[in-house]
Design a protein around this ligand. Structure first.
Ligand code: R5P
Length: 281
């Protein structure tokens, strides 16, 4: 197995290589004067099993993924690892005339297997034309918090979609979990509701994605009103649009904990072990 590092997931690729004891191939990336991307796999992939690792947060990163797959066409087996898959929130048609964007992307990926991590909607898995595995990193976040000295910890999902993440992470600490109900008013604004007793407790909010931070800010406010002792914020995919981090700290977050599915040097938890374990198996 060779790891082929995509330009958007260079350090995660190296961590996967180290964890799994796989060779990590060298790459060249650059851009033509007109803005088109260029890349080159600097090594032999013919008849070998390759794991291409490339998150697709931005459109040009998706193009790079297609280029990587094409560059590896002589490989024996191509496994495409997309730690963060952009467009996964566009998983269905809401209005006539809309594309199902995640389907359009999934259909264009030719591989023997695709590995995703906490893809926003499991519907997306059905759109690929090959085997798909959706790995869950919530327990890794739970392990991070288990190493802290939290007082009577409670894991809270800021919306119903994140309940399973809260449940899995809470199980690691043998503690309980709860959730808010969320109503989205605009792309940046939500209203949350829910009754839970958080007085004096250390609360860990956990979600799959933090984008604008609106969902978490609203939940932090509710938890503060409820008398939580401290509030930690965590997510799998740190999209962090504009001033999201500032909003979270200003709202009262004690610490923001996230993984390396999207490259960010401030990551606290690496998903490399679960990717490497899956590739090994
Ligand atoms: C949506 O259901 C997701 O799970 C997240 O809650 C959402 O993407 C977060 O977005 P934002 O940070 O903009 O509120």
């Amino acid at each position: 197995m060779i790891v082929v590092p995509g330009p958007s997931s260079q350090s995660l690729s190296c961590r996967v290589g180290r964890e799994g004891n796989f060779e990590v191939i060298d790459m060249e990336y650059s851009r033509f004067p007109d803005g088109e991307g260029y890349l080159r796999v600097c090594g032999e992939v013919e008849n070998r099993d390759v794991a291409i690792v490339q998150s697709t947060r931005f459109d040009h990163e998706f193009i790079s993924l297609l280029q990587l797959i094409d560059a590896c066409e002589n490989a024996h087996r191509i496994i495409v690892v997309i730690p963060y898959m952009g467009y996964a929130r566009q998983d269905r048609q809401f209005k006539a005339g809309e594309p199902i964007s995640s389907r359009a992307i999934a259909r264009s990926i030719e591989a023997d297997e695709v590995i995703l991590i906490n893809v926003h909607s499991e519907l997306v898995m059905d759109y690929f034309m090959c085997d798909v595995t959706n790995l869950d990193a919530s327990r890794l976040l739970g392990e991070y918090f288990s190493r802290m000295d939290l007082s009577d910890p409670l894991f809270v999902a800021p919306d119903e979609g994140a309940i399973s993440l809260a449940e899995e992470a809470a199980a690691i600490l043998h503690t309980d979990y709860s959730y808010f109900r969320k109503k989205r008013i605009s792309p940046e604004e939500v209203i949350t509701s829910g009754d839970m007793d958080v007085k004096g407790r250390d609360v860990v909010l956990i979600d799959d994605i933090i984008s604008t931070g609106g969902t978490m800010v609203e939940a932090i406010q509710k938890l503060r009103e409820g008398g939580a002792r401290s509030i930690y914020v965590s997510c799998i995919h740190p999209v962090f649009v504009r001033n999201a981090i500032l909003r979270l700290y200003r709202a009262g977050a004690e610490e923001i904990v996230f993984t390396d599915t999207i490259e960010n040097s401030q990551y606290k938890v690496s998903v490399a072990p679960i990717i490497a374990r899956h590739l090994r198996s």
